[in-house]
Design a protein around this ligand. Sequence first.
Ligand code: ZN
Length: 296
Amino acid sequence: MKNRLLKALARDGRVRIYICDTTQLVQEAKDKHDLWPTASATLGRVLSVAAMMGANLKSTKEKLGITINGGGPIGTIMADAYADGGVRGFVAEPHVHYQYNDTNKLAVGVAVGKQGYLEVKKGMSLKDDFNGQVALQTGEIGDDFAYYFALSEQSPSVVSVGVLVETDNNIISSGGLLIQMMPDASEEDIVATESIVGELKPMSELLQEGKSLEDILHSLYDDVKILAETEPRFKCQCSEGKMRAAISTLANDDIQAMIEEDKGCDIHCQFCNNSYHFDEKALGIIIEEKNNACGK
Ligand SMILES: [Zn+2]
């Protein structure tokens, strides 16, 4: 089953909907980062929102960046998304697991904490990029993004994200739903949407029951019009070339010290957990290239 994301309109275009199945994407994140169940649920929810917000980027040069820190045991959570469907992310502490005693549900709010912030950056990594920050409400992610959309983007929104995890830590299902009121939405549209969503089961449960994204969309509104389909996937932007470029910004003496004292260097990418090794010879070539570039 591949990851899927649909963009749709309803109520004569006054309501915009993003809906996604990110089960495989979150499984990949779990495999890369060795996430324990509550960490999978946390990062999975954030990655689903990232995928849906990424689908709204205007240009392939734009990047969407999310940072969350609620002071809880999971630490900082970061995720990036791009217009081509590429999404990546990590949590500072992947080995956290908490459950609510009364419901046995994964306690994402406990792992994240709520003494902190949710920050979103959008743009081409320039000075005038959009930057919005709000205080966390519950740490459960969906509520926090709904608050963010209302406050920072003045866009009343419903956010439903969920991840179900198997007892062997693999991902059973993961999905997201983002419903946004367009500027011309009426009070009636808002009330209708609230009542629809009030009765909606979590996305992860609907997907586990075998419902397709189309089934779910048509159960929400009578006049759903699907505009586009994309395939979100876990895709990191790191590469050996980028790591090499990062090393070459260091002073020659520092690179020389890595050769003589450390016999090479390892650079770790937090987003995908990959490590890049540069041995003494590779580091020597970087110094040589720098010297040649300076001589020109
Ligand atoms: Zn990476």
